[in-house]
Write a protein that binds this ligand. Structure first.
Ligand code: ZN
Length: 209
């Protein structure tokens, strides 16, 4: 939704309701990432019209302070960055349990420079994993090709443990790389610019499906 037209947000919400599976909401605090995106008033407005689940991606320090509020406004999925928890000195597993305790699906995110192996200690605690295919903080960045191998490695470890954890990919996702991402094991594709800037948004989503 970061790529949506905020002057015509309702139209863009209806477009997602009609063609996509999830509302992916990028929340940035200007501290964990240099940028600031949107907060509760915008998310509450989207929630009023959203007929698909809201997936909140927190790019913020101290995510544990806000998870209850995001659950209250209707998030069905909440993810936070492993790097943020580490920088805060907080226990990622405890935050994941707190999210699940609110009846919300809990996800852990890593930027492209964090080895996927760093997620392994938390595989039993997550409902999904989010692999950034660009650096968190800005929309419209170019997809990083290493992402394919990272997803394959992570998917192999999930399968080896007999777990069922969807892998989500975020950043520069488009009809050009969707098929290869799916082949590597990604199940949730976050597409911003490639949908919202497309002349035919329904066709862009259909192409990725
Ligand atoms: Zn995101």
């Amino acid at each position: 939704m970061l790529s949506a037209d905020f002057l015509h947000l309702e139209e863009d919400v209806e477009m997602v309701n009609r063609y996509a599976d999830l509302f992916h909401l990028d929340v940035m605090d200007g501290t964990f990432v240099p940028n600031i995106s949107f907060g509760f008033p915008v998310i509450e407005a989207i929630a009023q019209k959203a007929k698909k689940p809201m997936d909140v991606h927190l790019m913020i320090v101290h995510p544990e302070k806000y998870i209850e509020r995001f659950a209250q406004v209707g998030a069905q999925m909440i993810s936070f960055h492993l790097e943020a928890a580490r920088a805060d000195g907080s226990d990622p597993a405890a935050i994941l349990r707190a999210i699940r305790g609110l009846g919300v699906q809990a996800g852990l995110v890593i930027n492209p420079d964090v080895p996927v192996e760093d997620l392994y200690p938390y595989l039993e605690e997550v409902d999904f994993l989010l692999i950034m295919s660009v650096f968190a903080g800005f929309g419209g960045q170019k997809f990083i090709e290493d992402t394919y191998g990272r997803i394959r490695t992570l998917k192999a470890e999930i399968d080896r443990r007999g777990l069922r954890i969807p892998i989500e990919v975020d950043g520069g996702v488009s009809p050009a790389n969707a098929a290869e991402l799916a082949r590597c094991g990604a199940e949730i594709l976050v597409a911003g610019s490639s949908v919202f800037k497309a002349e035919d948004r329904a066709a862009a989503i259909a192409a990725m499906r």
